[in-house]
Design a protein around this ligand. Structure first.
Ligand SMILES: [Zn+2]
Length: 333
């Protein structure tokens, strides 16, 4: 029974201890409840804004502002590099418009390349006008010069030894002047039998004449005009005359206009149109042909004018050619 009483006493004692401890615990909690609630609320207020900072800098009270500033600095530095990274982006975007600006430059040459197209199209509209076949005029300067390497020379012309004038030299110069006039006119294409003073045609008189008409035919001449200067035993004979193999037709009409304009240009008297069907270059020519005798080298007046004013003769023949084609146009109209 004693053991039971001791155990009972121990249980009672333990129960009392437990009760007292519970009572003390209950007493503390009841007293501290309002203070703990306010502290929790204030800690909630502070931790509400700076919750990560209070948790980080809970141990060091002064470090948090330092940690805040580095964080802010790092934030600002991280933000500024971000801004820096964002600012270079517009810098990279600014060169983009630079790359876009050359694009319109590349687009501007395109209209330039497109601009010549109407230019090419514009002449295409004029093509029917320009491609009109030019009229080929073959100018034969009559005679060969003296050949120093093959004497005696052949097919040389008349001369006036007193004046020191030679037909081949005068006709050569007038032919050159006439070719210059025709070359300036886009309607014509011209070829000379003697492009240089030294040009010698054929190997004798006949071959020299044939070489001229053959060259004209090979070139495709439309008209053949042979330039000569007359000579006669009487020095008083003078004037202009033109030969054709036909008494009518194209050759005659052309020769007539040349005679008229030569009279007008030089003031020399007219000896009229002459029959030239016996002349080799006229009867063998494959195209309309005329032979012009531009005065008499044996006459002082004609020879002096030929020597001093060859351009008047060239202009007269040229004006005759122009007058002839003008008359053709009047007939078509
Ligand atoms: Zn002659």
């Amino acid at each position: 029974m004693k053991l039971q009483t001791k155990r009972g006493m121990l249980l009672v004692f333990c129960l009392l201890l437990c009760v007292s401890m519970l009572a003390s615990c209950l007493h503390l909690t009841e007293d501290d409840f309002p203070f703990e609630g306010e502290s929790d609320r204030t800690s909630d207020v502070t931790s509400g804004t700076d919750a990560p900072e209070s948790t980080v800098g809970g141990t060091t009270g002064e470090n948090p502002p330092e940690a805040e500033t580095p964080e802010r600095e790092t934030e600002t530095t991280t933000q500024t590099p971000q801004r820096e990274t964002t600012t270079p982006e517009p810098e990279t975007t600014t060169p983009k418009p630079e790359t876009t600006t050359p694009k319109p430059e590349t687009t501007t040459p395109e209209p330039e390349t497109s601009a010549p197209e109407p230019e090419t199209s514009a002449p295409s509209t004029d093509v029917p006008v320009i491609p009109v076949k030019k009229i080929k005029i073959y100018i034969d300067q009559g005679h060969n010069p003296f050949s120093p390497t093959h004497p005696p020379s052949w097919n040389t012309g008349a001369s006036n030894e007193e004046l020191g004038l030679y037909e081949q030299d005068l006709t050569y110069e007038i032919g050159i002047l006439l070719a210059e006039l025709l070359s300036k006119d886009e309607r014509f294409e011209v070829r000379l039998s003697r492009p240089t003073p030294e040009t010698i045609l054929g190997t004798d008189n006949d071959s020299a004449l044939d070489a001229r008409i053959n060259d004209a035919a090979a070139w495709g001449a439309d008209y053949f005009i042979s330039l000569h200067i007359n000579s006669y035993s009487s020095a008083s004979v003078n004037g202009l005359e033109v030969y054709t193999a036909e008494s009518a037709g194209t050759s005659y009409d052309l020769g007539s206009k040349i005679l008229e304009e030569l009279i007008e240009s030089t003031g020399l008297r007219s000896r009229g149109m002459k029959n030239g069907d016996h002349l080799r270059v006229l009867k063998n020519a494959k195209m309309p042909a005329t032979l012009v005798e531009m005065g008499f080298i044996s006459n002082l007046g004609d020879a002096t004018l030929l020597d001093q004013s060859p351009e008047l003769f060239a202009q007269g023949v040229y004006n005759g050619i122009i007058a002839y084609f003008a008359s053709l146009q009047e007939k078509t109209e």
